[in-house]
Design a protein. Structure first.
Length: 402
C-alpha cells in the first residue's frame, strides 16, 4: 500500500469537509503530536486497566470531575453510563444486561431531548420514559421543562435522568440536578458536540451533572473512534468494570484503583461494554488531544475562523441566487459559521441540489445540510486546513454554474 496516499491505494477519494466534525466524514483531523503519541503507544504493552486509571486522573484534572474513562465514542459512553446507573456495583445486574426487566431500569428523558442518539441509552437495556412537553420548541407555547414534571415522573423504577445538552437548554441543567440529586438519580449529560467552547469541559460537572459524555474525535481532535465519560468516581468505576476484558483469574486479579473491590462482591464476567473496548493507542491519542484542546484560546481560534470565512464570503460575492451571512461564535454558541442562503428560483437549484453538485465534483466538497430545508447550507471550517478555503469557494461557484 502507498504509504504516502493510503486512500488512493484503496481507491477512496479524499474530500474537503466544510460541514463540521461529522463522524460520517471521519471527524476532525488529528494534529501531528497526537499521531506521534499514538504511534509511540503502539510499540509497547501495558495493562489497559492501569492505563484507564491514568486516563482518569488526566480527565478529572481537566474536567473537574472525580474520575473519567476513555470510551469508543460518545455513544458508547452513553450506553455504559446508563449501564452503570442501573447496576452500580451489583455484578448480578451486570451479568443480566441488556435484560433489565428484573430490576429498576427506567431513565427519564425530556421530550425535547429525545434525539436519535438516545438509542445509545436504550441499547443498555434501559427503558426511556418521556416527560414534559414540547411547547417551547414547536412554538406552541412558552413553557419548557419544569421541576414538578420531573418530581412526579420519578418512581422506584427510575435509575437516571438523561440530558441532551445544547446552547439553548443548558440553563435548565441546575434545576434538573436540584430535583434528581436528593433522590440519588444520576444525571447523564450528552455533551458529545458541545465543544468548543473549552469552558464546557467543566461547565456540566460544575452544574452538578453526575456523568458527562464528550466526543473524542470532534473538537477535541483525538481519534474518531473515541469518547470521554467524566463524572462520579463510583459510577465511572462501575462503567469501567463493564468495559474491561474480564477474562481474569479472581485470585490473581489486581483491579485498578477506580474499581471498588470491597463493594464488588465477586469478579464479573465480560460486561455489556466489552464490545466498546478501546486500545492503548486510542487512549493515549485522545489524552494527548485533550491536553492540547484544554490549552487552546477560544477567542483567538474563533477570530482565525472568522477571518477565513470572510475570505470565502468575499470570493462568493455577486453570484446570482445566493447571499451570505456570517454568524460569529457568540451567535452559534460554538464556532463561527457562514450561511449560504440559496434562492432556488434565481440559482436554478435548491440547497440540497447544490449540496449534491458539490459532493459530485472531482474533489467532493461537503457543507452542512442542517438547515437545508430552509434553503441554507452552512460552511463550518473546524476541519479543513486554510489552504482548502479557495477550493471551497471555487467549488461553490462552479456548482452554481451547473
Amino acid at each position: 500500500m502507498d504509504k504516502d496516499d493510503v486512500y488512493a491505494a484503496l481507491g477512496v477519494r479524499r474530500r474537503i469537509n466544510a460541514a463540521g466534525t461529522l463522524t460520517r466524514l471521519g471527524g476532525s483531523l488529528m494534529a501531528p503530536e497526537v499521531v506521534a503519541a499514538m504511534a509511540a503507544a503502539a510499540t509497547q504493552s501495558v495493562d489497559i486497566a492501569e492505563l484507564q486509571s491514568a486516563a482518569s486522573r488526566t480527565i478529572a484534572r481537566i474536567t473537574g470531575a472525580e474520575a473519567g474513562l476513555v470510551t469508543s465514542g460518545a455513544a458508547a459512553a452513553l450506553t455504559i453510563a446508563a449501564a452503570a446507573s442501573m447496576t452500580r456495583w451489583d455484578i448480578g445486574k451486570m451479568a443480566a444486561l441488556p435484560h433489565a426487566e428484573g430490576f429498576a431500569h427506567e431513565i427519564l428523558i425530556p421530550r425535547t431531548h429525545r434525539t436519535g442518539y438516545a438509542h445509545a441509552l436504550s441499547a443498555s437495556g434501559a427503558r426511556l420514559v418521556d416527560i414534559g412537553h414540547n411547547d417551547r420548541a414547536t412554538g406552541a407555547g412558552v413553557r419548557g421543562l419544569e421541576a414538578w414534571e420531573i418530581e412526579t415522573a420519578i418512581t422506584p423504577g427510575t435509575v437516571a435522568f438523561a440530558f441532551s445538552a445544547n446552547p439553548e437548554n443548558i440553563p435548565d441543567l441546575p434545576m434538573v440536578v436540584a430535583v434528581c440529586k436528593p433522590c440519588d438519580l444520576p444525571v447523564i449529560v450528552d455533551a458529545a458536540a458541545q465543544l468548543p467552547p473549552r469552558s464546557n469541559l467543566r461547565r456540566f460537572i460544575e452544574s452538578g451533572a453526575d456523568l458527562v459524555a464528550f466526543s473524542g474525535g470532534k473538537a477535541i481532535g483525538g481519534p474518531q473512534a473515541t469518547g470521554i465519560l467524566a463524572g462520579r468516581r463510583d459510577l465511572i468505576g462501575a462503567a469501567l468494570v463493564q468495559q474491561l476484558d474480564m477474562d481474569v483469574a479472581p485470585a490473581s486479579w489486581s483491579p485498578p484503583d477506580l474499581i471498588d473491590r470491597a463493594t464488588l462482591k465477586g469478579v464479573p464476567h465480560h460486561g455489556l461494554g466489552r464490545g466498546f473496548k478501546v486500545g492503548k493507542e486510542e487512549i493515549v491519542g485522545v489524552l494527548t488531544a485533550l491536553e492540547r484542546f484544554a490549552a487552546t484560546d477560544d477567542v483567538a481560534a474563533n477570530a482565525r475562523l472568522e477571518e477565513r470565512l470572510r475570505r470565502i464570503e468575499a470570493r462568493l460575492g455577486g453570484l446570482p441566487g445566493i447571499h451570505t451571512r456570517l454568524l460569529p461564535a457568540s451567535e452559534t454558541g460554538r464556532v463561527p459559521h457562514l450561511h449560504l442562503v440559496i434562492d432556488a428560483a434565481l440559482a436554478r437549484v435548491d440547497a440540497i441540489g447544490l449540496s449534491k453538485r458539490l459532493q459530485s465534483a472531482d474533489v467532493p466538497v461537503h457543507l452542512s445540510e442542517r438547515l437545508a430545508q430552509r434553503g441554507i447550507l452552512i460552511v463550518d471550517l473546524q476541519v479543513p486546513p486554510p489552504e482548502a478555503d479557495a477550493a471551497i469557494a471555487e467549488s461553490v461557484r462552479r456548482a452554481l454554474a451547473g
